[in-house]
Design a binder for this molecule. Structure first.
Ligand SMILES: C[S@@+](CC[C@H](N)C(=O)[O-])C[C@H]1O[C@@H](n2cnc3c(N)ncnc32)[C@H](O)[C@@H]1O
Length: 344
């Protein structure tokens, strides 16, 4: 049964669609549900009563755990308030791994403790045997002068040429703001956020299931990285946008045969275990401590597939396939609802 659903975006209510997915059949489940913040989706009304929202969440969370393989992982993206309830529920039948804080700074609102991060709960189905890979991101550098922002003192000779292991606070991935790169959807996630999760917990050909696909972010990330996807989405328009984007997405986010996450022509996430092979494609300053001042560089920029070759940018998709381009542009100018955190 599941074969028929692989690499498909299916329109419908995820609670019904989950019934078609066998137990223990997908490698990763990722959910970015509506946050119950009265957001303006195309068709979904984001206004449930507190108790009803939580009750609804418990049903699909249980389904996510059911369909995830014993080696698999479960990710839930939401604001901290809802994640506290999710965690309490999940602790009963899945294994807590991490609470990832995705730092998403917002403009000052004149109040203290302004929400400025989303949480991503990372659970595994079982205590042991989970597939998890160490991942690295590039060193953070001063934008103008290029030196490392972190002071490694006398430890500079031990610096990893690519960059440190990723911690549970992610500050290097920005939300998609109002610009020509976003779809007509109030809370589209950046593709490289999902690519980081996918590189960390799956291998080529593994299956990622997303019950709230929106305009396709997780499926696109999966396809770019040579993985399979299953996406559920209630809204017809979002389904159409996802399918259009996916039809123009290639599985080639890699250097030679090594899968990496690329954003704006830079490699932004790698697996630690791949560095042994990847390092041969880079010019690495010697002695090692020079990395403090000089960044590593690809020997040949053409090693990276260009962004357009991976995924057509959203503006082109909107122009070519949405027939809604002007409406989208107008929305971008007028809409002040997209700043999810500020809206709270
Ligand atoms: C927060 S958005 C997901 C955005 C997505 N991560 C992206 O990057 O485009 C939540 C989505 O869930 C969809 N949705 C709401 N209720 C649903 C249901 N019962 N089954 C499937 N999708 C649903 C909404 O239409 C909305 O697109």
């Amino acid at each position: 049964m599941i074969e028929k659903l692989i690499n498909k975006v299916i329109q419908g209510d995820c609670l019904e669609l989950f019934e078609n997915i066998p137990d223990n059949s997908v490698d990763v489940t990722f959910a970015d549900p509506p946050f119950n913040l009265k957001k303006k989706y195309n068709s979904y009304e984001d206004t449930l009563e507190f108790k009803d929202y939580l009750k609804w969440c418990e049903v699909w969370i249980k389904e996510m755990v059911r369909v995830t393989k014993p080696t698999g992982s479960i990710f839930l993206h939401n604001i901290p308030k809802w994640l506290t309830y999710y965690a309490t529920y999940l602790n009963k039948f899945a294994q807590f791994k991490h609470w990832i804080a995705w730092d998403t700074p917002t403009s000052p609102m004149g109040k203290s403790l302004q929400p400025s991060h989303y949480g991503i709960l990372f659970y595994t189905k079982e205590k042991k045997q989970t597939k998890i890979y160490e991942i690295r991101h590039p060193h953070k550098r001063d934008r103008k002068k290029g030196h490392l922002l972190k002071d490694y003192g006398g430890k500079k000779d031990g610096l990893h040429p690519f960059g440190p292991l990723v911690s549970d606070v992610w500050t290097d991935i920005h939300r998609i703001k109002h610009n020509r790169f976003r779809d007509n959807h109030p809370c589209q996630l950046p593709i490289h956020l999902l690519e980081r999760i996918i590189l960390m917990t799956t291998d080529k050909d593994d299956i990622i299931l997303d019950p709230f696909l929106g305009t396709g972010t997780s499926a696109i990330a999966a396809k770019r990285l040579g993985r399979n996807y299953i996406g559920f989405e209630l809204d017809e328009n979002y389904v159409e946008i996802s399918r259009n984007k996916l039809s123009q997405t290639k599985s080639n986010s890699k250097i030679d045969n090594i899968w990496v996450s690329i954003y704006k022509n830079e490699v932004v996430t790698i697996r630690d275990k791949d560095w042994n092979m990847l390092q041969h494609y880079y010019i690495i300053p010697e002695p090692r401590r020079k990395i403090d001042l000089i960044n590593i560089k690809l020997k040949n920029k053409n090693l990276l597939p260009s962004e357009e070759k991976i995924t057509l940018n959203n503006e082109e998709v909107a122009k070519g396939t949405n027939n809604n381009y002007n409406a989208k542009k107008k929305h971008e100018t007028l809409c002040n609802t997209c700043n999810i955190l500020n809206e709270k």
